[in-house]
Structures are given as C-alpha cells and as structure tokens.
Design a protein around this ligand. Structure first.
Ligand SMILES: *[C@@H]1O[C@H](CO)[C@@H](O)[C@H](O)[C@H]1NC(C)=O
Ligand SMILES: *[C@@H]1O[C@H](CO)[C@@H](O)[C@H](O)[C@H]1NC(C)=O
Ligand SMILES: *[C@@H]1O[C@H](CO)[C@@H](O)[C@H](O)[C@H]1NC(C)=O
Ligand SMILES: *[C@@H]1O[C@H](CO)[C@@H](O)[C@H](O)[C@H]1NC(C)=O
Ligand SMILES: *[C@@H]1O[C@H](CO)[C@@H](O)[C@H](O)[C@H]1NC(C)=O
Ligand SMILES: *[C@@H]1O[C@H](CO)[C@@H](O)[C@H](O)[C@H]1NC(C)=O
Ligand SMILES: *[C@@H]1O[C@H](CO)[C@@H](O)[C@H](O)[C@H]1NC(C)=O
Ligand SMILES: *[C@@H]1O[C@H](CO)[C@@H](O)[C@H](O)[C@H]1NC(C)=O
Ligand SMILES: *[C@@H]1O[C@H](CO)[C@@H](O)[C@H](O)[C@H]1NC(C)=O
Length: 545
C-alpha cells in the first residue's frame, strides 16, 4: 500500500513537473506576498509586479487549474490529466513547505467530502460582454501622483491579459463622490440652455483621457469599452439648486441635460476615446429617498419622470448621432430593479426601447434576492445586463478604511460574481480600481475598500487585495464572447459556474468557502472527468479543451 502510494506520488509529481517546465518558459511572475494583520496581499512596486501569462492546456488530455486561497495561493498554476483515477491535490500555500515540495501535489490521507460538477457544454445561457473597473477622479488623482512605472503596473494588473484582463471601464460625466470636489460642465453661466461654456474638456477630463490612453498603450487591451454615467448636472438645472439632497431635473432643462450627455460623448470621441455606453444617471434614488445616506452629488428621478426624459429627450438626442451606443437604464440598487422598468414602460412604452442595457449596483444584494433581477431579465432577455458598481465599506457596520489582505472581502466578491453570472448577467464593472490607504480621496469622506490600494506615503508601492484575485478568477479567464454553459453541482460544498470560450475551451470556476478541503470531480460528457482536491477557503479556475 505504501509503495503504491509512493509510486503514484512520483507519477503525479512527474505530471506536475511537465506542466511546470511548460510554464517556466513564459513570462509569468509570482506574487510578492506580504502579511498584514487581516491577511495577505501581493505587493507591486516600480520594478516588480505579479503577472500570469494565460495558461492553456497543452493537449486534449490535459487540464490546467489556477488557484488562489486565504492561505496565500495567488493564481498558482497546476496541471493534470483528464480521466486520472485519483484526485490531484492543490496544496495550499505554506511557506515552510516552499522548498520541500516543488510540486503542489501530495497524496490526501483523510477522505474529504466530494462534490460532482456536471458540465454540459451543449446547454447554453448568456454571452459575456466583459468585466471591468472604474476610472474615477480619485483614481486619476492617485495615478497622477505615482511614478510612470508604478502607474503602468496598475494599468497592466487590471487591463492586460497577463493581469486580470478587464475590457470594460466605467467613468463619470463630470464628477462623482470620488473626487476632490463636486463638479460638472457649464456650472456657469447659469440657466444657459445652449451650454455655451461647454465647448471643450475640463482639465480633469483631459488628464483622465491621457491616462486611459496610456492604459490602452501599455496593456494592449483589445476592445476597451467605456461606459459613462452622470452623477449630477450643474446645480442650476436642479429643483434644489444644490449638488446633493432631494432634487429633480427642472423640466425646462430636460433637453439641455440630454444635449449635455451628447456633447460629452462627442468631446471624448474627438479626444480619441470613443464611448461605448452611457447610463440614464447614477443611482437616481439617492436624490429621492436616500439623500440622508448619500451626501454626494446626485440627481433624483422617479421612473415615471425618467421615462418622459428618455423618451422625449435623451433617447432621440443620442440616437440622432449614435445609433449603436448602449444606453443603460436604472444604474441603481437591486431593490429598485423589478419595478423601475415596469413603471417607465407604463409611463412611456417607448422609453425602455431606447435602453439597450440594464445595469444594477450590488450594495444591498445580501438582503434583496436575485428574484428582483430575474423579473427584469425575463421581460427583457435581449438587453445587456451588467453589474456596474460594487465595493465594500459603504455600510455603517463595515470598516470604510481598506482592510489589507481581507480574504473575507475577496470571498464576498466571489459569491456575488457567481450569483449574478448564474442569473444571466453579461458582465460586471467594479468601482475604483485603486484608492489610497484611507479608501479615498472622496470629497464627502465616503471612504471604501478597493481591489488595489496605493501607498500614498511612500508613493512607490501598491497592494493587490484578495478581491483583485477573486474577481480575476472570472475576468481573466472568461473573455468577451464566452457563453455560459450548464454546471450542476451535487451539493453545496462548493459553488461553481462554467463557460465555453470563443477559442472552444471550457472554463469552470470553483469556489470553496468552507473550512475543509473538498474533492471536486468535474464531469464533462465530451471530455471525461477531472478530479481535484482543493484546500479550504480557496477559489480556482479550471481550463480544458
Ligand atoms: C520591489 O519589489 C521586489 C519584489 O518584492 C523587491 O525585491 C524590490 O526590492 C522592491 N523594490 C523596491 C525599490 O522596494
Ligand atoms: C505548514 O507546514 C508545516 C509543516 O508541515 C505545518 O506544521 C504547518 O501547520 C503548516 N501551516 C499551515 C498554515 O498549513
Ligand atoms: C527556500 O530556499 C531559498 C533558497 O535556497 C531560501 O532563501 C529560503 O529561505 C527557503 N525558504 C524556506 C521557507 O526555508
Ligand atoms: C451568444 O452568441 C452567439 C454567437 O454570436 C449567438 O449565436 C447566440 O444567440 C448568443 N446567445 C445569447 C443568449 O445571446
Ligand atoms: C498629488 O499631486 C498633487 C499635484 O498633482 C499634489 O498637490 C498632492 O499633494 C499630491 N498628493 C500626494 C499624496 O502626494
Ligand atoms: C465658464 O466656466 C469656467 C469654469 O470652468 C468659469 O471660470 C467661467 O467663468 C465660465 N464662463 C462664463 C462666461 O460663465
Ligand atoms: C436662473 O434661474 C433661476 C430660476 O428662475 C433664477 O432664480 C436665477 O436668478 C437665474 N440665474 C441667473 C444668473 O439668471
Ligand atoms: C507605506 O509606506 C510607508 C513608508 O515606506 C510605510 O511606513 C507604510 O507602512 C506603508 N504602508 C503600508 C500599508 O504598508
Ligand atoms: C475520458 O474517458 C471518457 C469515458 O471513458 C472518454 O469518453 C473520454 O474520451 C476520455 N477523455 C480523454 C481526454 O481521454
């Protein structure tokens, strides 16, 4: 028995070495792990940052598994053979074992639970538009303070295929709360329906555009899609003549506000960054009922009033020049989602026809079930559905200050990505790609966490949080044009979602949030069986042909 185990172990180690040799010829660099009180981050500086060249199975018999864990795995790659009779163990990161077991393969003694995931690549669901993050004024400010090399590593970490392969980006039309001060175009002169003072870009936008162009250059991102949303018009267009509080758009400025959007799109395009999409406005409920909670620039809309504006002004104005620009509706929390479009439609039936996308923010998802989004999806199956904002630290009971190394926060992203993808979402745009140690800058101190945190004291390091990697387990491996396929699990010990990529290969994301290792068998009718043992508190992406 001992001998049999030993020789099997050698065999497995050999399999691993074969994979290791193949990978070592690529330009991947491992994570420089650093421990903070709450957990582990990867440290990047001007001369060093971790990347993973996208692995792919060498042949039909091989699968590749990329792993991250609370214990310290960060996109660690292992490969194995399909139809092997034993479970290949993905060993959790353990520094003291670093030199002893080059291969991350040992034989499991105790019998852990087993979960079978049945993948059916014939059963198709939604297609993927992509994944992304946001380029706010705060992001722009932070980047501007960092050296070019550090900036480039931030761009590449998020948008290069060797990073986490983002292709979507959200930005604000004028300001948002993540700014040094509120701002909009044409604040002066007041009551100016011709927007006579909005003829060129603000220096803050010029800076942002210059940075995004640099991002495109250094990352080689294919098909960067920029989605924009306005937080607030200049105060004179609003009923309360203020940046925040209860407000409505004054009816005499309905057309002006539509023209404002068109002008902004034209100016960005002229500056070299075509706009893929806009929304009807960030979180309209903040200016109706949640102004005590959201003290930042907002414009209140009820769905009925917004339907009139979209139908009479925004829709026709945008379509007069941009037939294919995506217009996202709602851009607010899940609890508004089920009634918002219904009420718009009841007011003006053509208003929802102008909307080619539906977007939602994740902030109350733990309370409001996915049923809220399913209703809208069922009614409007052809619209692009994206989560367009997510972050942690917005709630009074959460630490607003970033928690460096929090695996728990990483898990929250994994759980929510899985849920929304299982509910037919086409993609996800996270909030600020980088913030400072306070979770800002934010002009109303609405500090939150972010997937990367820059050291604004030394200005020469940034830290990639577990959230960065858990998002990356989806964004990096599920490119635009992938199709979700059926993946049924036999029990709840792990959660999963699977995709067929445009290159014909299959991606299965497997998430273990429990405190024990789990045996996972992925069964694919066409390819056979993949057996892995995954450690506690870990997430994995399996790739095979
Ligand atoms: C940058 O990070 C690398 C890897 O952790 C380290 O070896 C190097 O000393 C760091 N450079 C500076 C200037 O801190
Ligand atoms: C790491 O490995 C050592 C030696 O096998 C073991 O004693 C220790 O418990 C392990 N640590 C973790 C966190 O698994
Ligand atoms: C592993 O080996 C390297 C190089 O020999 C050494 O510097 C390092 O301290 C070793 N790590 C452990 C945990 O023993
Ligand atoms: C996904 O894309 C494919 C290929 O473009 C298309 O045939 C299919 O209808 C799309 N599926 C959905 C649900 O939109
Ligand atoms: C960032 O740069 C601005 C000028 O561009 C400067 O005023 C500010 O002090 C810098 N902030 C930090 C934290 O270095
Ligand atoms: C135009 O806007 C700028 C600020 O962006 C302001 O300084 C200037 O006074 C405005 N011009 C007029 C005519 O109001
Ligand atoms: C703009 O219109 C408002 C409301 O009619 C008025 O109170 C205000 O004085 C006007 N501002 C200017 C500069 O004319
Ligand atoms: C940022 O850099 C400063 C100066 O090197 C250092 O004292 C501080 O601990 C760093 N911050 C973090 C979060 O590591
Ligand atoms: C694995 O086994 C199944 C069932 O015997 C077979 O259909 C499949 O072709 C095998 N896969 C590979 C990659 O050999």
């Amino acid at each position: 028995m001992r001998n049999a185990q030993g020789s099997l172990k050698n065999l497995l180690a050999l399999c691993f070495l074969a994979g290791f040799v193949a990978l070592s010829s690529q330009t991947s660099t491992p994570c420089a792990l650093r421990e903070y009180p709450a957990g582990l981050v990867c440290v990047c500086n001007a001369t060093y940052c971790d990347y993973l060249e996208n692995p792919s199975p060498e042949n039909e018999n091989e699968f590749v598994i990329v792993s991250s864990s609370k214990g310290g795995l960060r996109f660690d790659t292992t490969s194995g053979t399909i139809n092997a009779s034993d479970f290949i163990q993905v060993v959790d990161y353990n520094e003291s074992l670093e030199n002893a077991t080059q291969g991350k393969i040992v034989f499991e003694k105790a019998a852990p639970r087993t979960v079978t995931i049945q993948v059916d690549r014939e059963k198709h669901f939604q297609n993927i538009t992509g994944f992304g993050g946001s380029f706010t004024g705060a992001v722009s400010y932070i980047l501007d303070n960092l050296s070019q090399d550090v900036q480039d590593h931030i761009y590449k970490s998020f948008y290069s295929p060797h990073g986490i392969g983002f292709n979507l980006m959200r930005t604000s039309i004028g300001g948002s709360d993540f700014e040094l001060a509120p701002w909009a175009y044409n604040e002066l002169p007041e009551n100016d329906t011709t927007l006579s003072n909005f003829t060129q870009l603000d220096s803050r936008d010029e800076k942002r555009i210059e940075q995004i162009k640099r991002l495109k250059l250094v990352t080689n991102v294919e098909n960067l899609r920029i989605k924009a949303a306005a937080w607030s018009p200049p105060p004179w267009m609003k009923s309360n003549n203020k940046w925040t509080g209860t407000s409505r758009l004054k009816e005499e400025y309905y057309q002006t506000w539509a023209d404002y959007h068109l002008r902004w799109i034209e100016l960005w395009e002229k500056a070299g960054l075509p706009i893929w999409a806009i929304s009807t406005g960030n979180e309209p409920s903040n200016g109706v009922i949640f102004m005590f909670f959201a003290k930042f620039m907002s414009l209140g809309w009820t769905p009925r009033k917004q339907a009139v504006w979209v139908s009479d002004n925004l829709g026709p104005t945008i379509r007069s020049k941009y037939q294919d620009l995506v217009i996202f509706g709602n851009d607010d929390q899940r609890y508004t989602f089920s009634f918002w479009f219904k009420m718009m439609k009841a007011m003006r039936s053509d208003s929802v026809d102008y909307l080619t996308g539906l977007s939602v923010h994740w902030y109350w998802d733990e309370i409001f079930e996915p049923a809220f989004i399913d209703v809208a999806r069922k009614e409007m199956p052809d619209k692009i559905m994206l989560v367009t904002e997510s972050c942690i630290g917005d709630k009074p009971w959460q630490s607003a200050v970033p928690i460096l190394g929090s695996w728990k926060r990483g898990e929250k992203f994994a759980r929510n990505f899985l849920q929304n993808l299982q509910h037919d979402f086409n993609g996800w745009i996270d909030w600020n790609i980088v913030l400072d140690e306070q979770g800002g800058p934010n002009y109303v101190s609405n500090f939150v966490d972010a997937p990367s945190i820059a050291n604004m004291t030394s200005l020469n390091e940034f830290y990639k949080q577990p959230m960065f990697y858990t998002m990356g387990h989806f964004s990096k491996f599920i490119p635009e044009g992938s199709t979700r396929i059926a993946a049924e699990r036999t029990n709840v010990n792990v959660d999963t979602v699977a995709f067929l990529r445009p290159d014909g290969s299959v991606v299965v994301v497997v998430f273990n949030s429990g405190y024990a290792s789990v045996n996972v068998e992925v069964r694919d009718k066409k390819q056979g069986s993949i057996k892995i043992n995954i450690p506690q508190k870990s997430i994995h992406t399996i790739l095979y042909n």
